[in-house]
Design a binder for this molecule. Structure first.
Ligand SMILES: NC(=O)c1ccc[n+]([C@@H]2O[C@H](COP(=O)([O-])OP(=O)(O)OC[C@H]3O[C@@H](n4cnc5c(N)ncnc54)[C@H](OP(=O)(O)O)[C@@H]3O)[C@@H](O)[C@H]2O)c1
Length: 600
């Protein structure tokens, strides 16, 4: 049980909350749909994990029926039939078809326009006539829908209407929505009590995250709730409320069939919930790791780390954490359940200040990209794995170039190493190159920052304009550590193609796309190129070691599926893809052979 919530497993609520009710018997239901529904329920009867619900938001009944079948095929437990999304809805005509053909237990929801789109509705602005909605929801219940969702504001009237008619297995969800904020814990607890008092079988509260810290209040209320509860915090900053439901005991979480088919802001896809975040494996004891950044949505870290955790059976999940204020975040998520973090733009330097102890290399670099919470005392220890990740990739690139795998010392020694950028990644590369004996030059948009870093590293500082004619020798090394050229600005490049002819190797920290304009032009100019993806995978391997205490060789997240995910939206060539695939098969083969040898 998450300790920051100060709660013991003994007081957890109703154990049966995670079992969808068996399909209600109804003369309108065919035997096959009843059986299908019952099987779906029985399969989960002995489990108490969070249920996975796909909202159906199509405009036609036919499409909704098709989407329900697709939802089952993709692994959903429940479908939410959103009647308000149907463009020409007639309850008597459409509900029998929708419910008869349902392949999974159904939650029927019929939000009024005012409920869905008027944030102040809970404050008393609603004046619509509910009769049409109530009649449809009653009919849905009579036709065998396993759940109906009704809003708190009108729940009392609806409860009166269905009183005495409720089938035994039917569950009424009473919901409250706040499209602006997340109230205090006390207010949320009060809301739970009000919803319970009105006669809800399941409490649903959806609020909005202004800051990721808001989500802690929802988690706190869920674990203390004595009845089944759906507690979700909407928006990108609330995403972890949807991903970590199983850990905190939420009754269900929503996953869309595809992106663009959300019924509320911030819903992930069912495919991401199951295949990236492995939510079926998440339980009370699962440790949470994550990538802290702003923005963070583009990060491939969750794909990589979750696959790696799964491959070694490490009970942990890695989630995106859109953080505005690092210190507030670390204070709010201080429990041992939140065990470690990766840091990206713009928090790497703040992370240095927020850690209780900092590894000497990270201190010398002046940036932390990995924070580990020490189990013995909860102290935050900062590290930097960017440096090893990038420098080892560049060294391997140079070794390949020279064909000198067995040479002693670093191939960077004595070379001019130009770093573009003076942020977190720039500092790591400058430090690493210096440590390997290279002559470091820093070029940055803000010249003052270039000078500052150059002074620290005993290096030379340049403006970006000066870089164009900078060629004291041939065969130099160039490393871009700015975001220039990153999607969507894929045509941008930090230095002209003419200036690239003085370099023997060009590295780009940007990895979306994999082949940036800088790398393409460098290749055309005859230089060896090293992609940011190499750095990304190697720095992640360093983080894996720190997070799991397992050897880096076990970091093997690259499956066929993962590669597809990593490269989705990035430009890549088939040859590289094939090589990576081969590499991954070899790694798996090596890993298994190694295990067999150890076993023997
Ligand atoms: N491949 C990997 O594993 C990996 C790891 C870490 C970082 N990265 C990538 O490296 C890049 C930088 O990350 P960071 O953490 O170092 O960020 P950061 O600390 O915010 O530093 C950003 C640097 O980029 C410069 N910059 C930003 N926009 C620019 C523009 N339009 N024109 C010229 N210079 C610009 C900044 O110059 P000013 O000083 O003038 O603001 C600064 O030097 C990002 O694209 C990130 O995704 C990749």
């Amino acid at each position: 049980m998450p300790s920051f919530l100060g709660y013991s497993p003994a007081v957890r609520r109703n154990e049966s909350r995670h079992q969808p009710p068996a399909a209600a018997s109804s003369s309108f239901l065919t035997a096959s749909s009843t059986v299908a529904s019952r099987i779906a329920c029985d399969e989960r009867a002995n489990e108490k994990m969070t249920l996975l619900c796909v909202p159906l938001v199509s405009k036609t009944v036919e499409q909704m029926v098709a989407d329900a079948v697709a939802a089952k095929a993709r692994g959903a437990d429940i479908v939410e039939i959103r009647l308000d999304h149907l463009s020409d809805f007639d309850a008597v005509r459409d509900l029998p078809l929708l419910l008869r053909s349902r392949p999974l237990p159904a939650l029927v929801t019929y939000r009024s326009f005012l409920v869905t789109y008027r944030p102040k509705w809970e404050g008393g602005e609603y004046e619509g006539d509910d009769k049409v909605r109530f009649d449809a929801l009653c009919l849905a219940m009579e036709l065998g829908a396993e759940y109906v969702d009704i809003e708190l504001k009108v729940a009392e009237n609806f409860v009166k209407l269905i009183s005495g008619k409720k089938p035994e297995s039917f569950k009424l969800i009473v919901s409250s929505h706040n499209y602006q904020t997340t109230p205090s814990s006390e207010e949320l607890s009060g809301l739970v009590a009000t919803i319970q008092a009105v006669g809800a079988d399941i409490v649903k509260i959806a609020t909005t995250a202004v800051d990721i810290v808001d989500v802690t209040r929802m988690f706190q209320v869920i674990v203390h709730c004595q009845v089944p509860m759906i507690g979700l915090v909407m928006g990108e900053r609330g995403l972890i409320s949807r991903l970590l439901c199983s850990k905190f005991g939420g009754y269900l979480t929503f996953g869309t069939l595809d992106s663009g088919k959300e019924s509320a802001p911030g819903q992930p896809t069912i495919s991401d919930l199951l295949n990236v975040y492995n939510i079926r494996q998440i339980g009370e004891d699962t440790k949470v790791y994550g990538i802290i950044g702003k923005p963070v949505g583009h990060s491939k870290g969750p794909i990589l780390h979750n696959a790696a955790f799964k491959s070694v059976g490490f009970n942990a999940v890695y989630v995106p954490l859109l953080v505005d204020d690092l210190e507030n975040f670390l204070n709010a998520y201080s429990s041992p359940d939140f065990a470690g973090f990766s840091c990206t733009i713009p928090h790497k330097e703040a992370a240095l200040r927020c850690c209780d102890e900092v590894d000497p290399i990270a201190k010398a670099i002046g940036a932390v990209n990995t924070i580990v919470k020490r189990a013995s005392d909860g102290k935050l220890i900062g590290y930097n794995t960017d440096y090893v990740g990038a420098i080892s990739a560049i060294e391997d690139g140079l070794r390949g170039l020279r064909g000198g795998k067995d040479e002693i010392g670093s191939p960077l020694a004595g070379k001019i190493f130009v770093v573009i950028g003076a942020g977190g990644a720039g500092k790591a590369l400058a430090y690493g190159a210096k440590a390997k004996g290279a002559k470091v030059v820093i070029a940055n948009r803000t010249f003052e920052r270039a000078k500052e870093l150059a002074n620290l590293m005993g290096a030379q500082a340049l403006t970006l304009a000066e870089l164009e004619n900078f060629h004291p020798e041939n065969g130099m090394i160039l490393a871009n550590t700015t975001s220039i050229g990153m999607q969507p600005n894929v045509n941008q490049t930090p230095v002209s193609k003419q200036a690239l002819r003085w370099y023997s190797l060009v590295f780009d920290a940007v990895y979306t796309p994999k082949v940036t304009t800088l790398l393409r032009e460098a290749q055309e100019s005859g230089a060896t190129v090293v992609s940011g993806l190499e750095m990304f995978i190697r720095q992640a391997m360093g983080q894996f070691e720190l997070f799991t205490n397992l050897p880096g060789q076990l970091f093997n997240p690259v499956s066929y599926f993962d590669m597809l995910c990593i490269f989705k939206g990035a430009s890549y060539n088939f040859f590289f893809f094939f090589l990576q695939l081969l590499k991954s098969f070899c790694a798996i083969f090596w890993h298994n052979t190694h295990k067999m040898v150890c076993f023997l």
